[in-house]
Design a protein around this ligand. Structure first.
Ligand SMILES: Cc1ncc(COP(=O)(O)O)c(C=O)c1O
Length: 301
């Protein structure tokens, strides 16, 4: 298949060649934004990150993103060495330097920093964390509903790299995505350790059956901020919503399926493992939730 699509596709924007990037407190041109080859993130994927979007001058759900970043850093025993307020200031400083007002996406990354030797032990990271903010002009452009394929790569138990961590190392998800692409799909639908449908390699996953919205229990997947907003919007607008276990049988016969994530908000799914989902196009519940979410973002801005 040649027409692959990804859930993080955006319009080409030439301005992204000349963006300014925040690297450890300095704002530098993209061509000069570098970290050491000894960096824990480069060497071992030892770090955590957040993806955040700018709509009409306001970073959507910023407090939730910063809170999740600090929670993840605490979980991996990484001292960010900044307060949540100063991380927010760094984000705003980068936004100002790039004169961005809307339709921008930030990837805020913190690693355990530069190591003194090229080995795993965290005690070898002695000079403090590395923090980088990449901020790009970004208008999602996903030309058609996504095709998913289930893959052998699972969402694991919390004892082995808790899937709730937005860690730099995403190898499990990357391998899942590669397997899905090789199967002719766009991205991967991942099952949990019990075989229930859980999430995709980069987004949270929902189905709609007979007007009800279903998503996984929330175990084994990212505690997505967009996922939670969709659940809250359903509850506030009289749309039945369930966080529950469900299988591929329930999924293939769903009326609609969609993904959630900060980048694409709600992205329709047209096909899973070669089965058409509903009509294969965006369904009415997904469309309604997209409108409700857009409105929520506008109200919060
Ligand atoms: C594996 C995975 N699932 C879901 C999400 C979506 O989370 P959010 O809605 O907070 O962007 C992300 C985003 O970082 C992710 O990496």
């Amino acid at each position: 298949m040649t027409d692959h699509v990804t859930t993080h596709q955006a319009e080409e924007d030439a301005r992204n060649e000349t963006i300014l990037i925040w690297v450890n407190g300095r704002i530098v041109p993209k061509s000069e934004a570098m970290v050491s080859v000894y960096d824990s993130g480069f060497m071992l994927g030892d770090g955590v990150w957040e993806g955040i979007r700018l709509y009409d001058g306001k970073w959507a759900f910023l407090d939730e993103h910063i809170e999740r970043l600090f929670e993840a850093a605490k979980a991996i025993d990484l001292d960010i060495a900044m307060t949540p307020e100063s991380v927010k200031s760094a984000l705003l400083e980068t936004q100002k330097a790039n004169s961005m007002q809307t339709d921008a996406h930030a990837r805020l990354m913190v690693t355990r920093g530069v190591k003194v030797r090229p080995f795993q032990h965290p005690s070898l990271s002695r000079s403090g964390p590395t923090m980088v903010i990449i901020m790009e002009h970004s208008r999602p452009k996903i030309p058609r509903p996504i095709r998913l394929a289930t893959v052998p790569h699972m969402r694991g138990l919390p004892m082995t790299q808790d899937p709730k961590l937005n860690s730099h190392s995403k190898l499990n998800c990357i391998l899942a995505c590669i397997a899905a692409e090789k199967a002719g799909a766009d991205e991967a639908l991942m099952l949990d350790v019990h075989g229930f449908v859980n999430t995709t390699n980069a987004c949270n996953f929902f189905i709609v059956r007979k007007g009800e919205v279903w998503t996984s229990t929330g175990d084994y997947c990212m505690n997505g901020i967009t996922r939670q907003k969709v659940i809250d919007l359903c509850r506030a607008n009289g749309i039945p919503v369930h966080e529950r276990n469900f299988s591929l049988v329930d999924t293939y016969s769903a009326d609609e399926a969609f993904l959630t994530g900060t980048f694409g908000a709600q992205t329709p799914v047209g096909e899973i493992d070669g089965r058409l989902i509903g009509t294969g196009q965006m369904g009415p519940v997904t469309e309604r939730l997209r409108a409700l979410y857009k409105d929520l973002v506008a109200r919060c801005a």
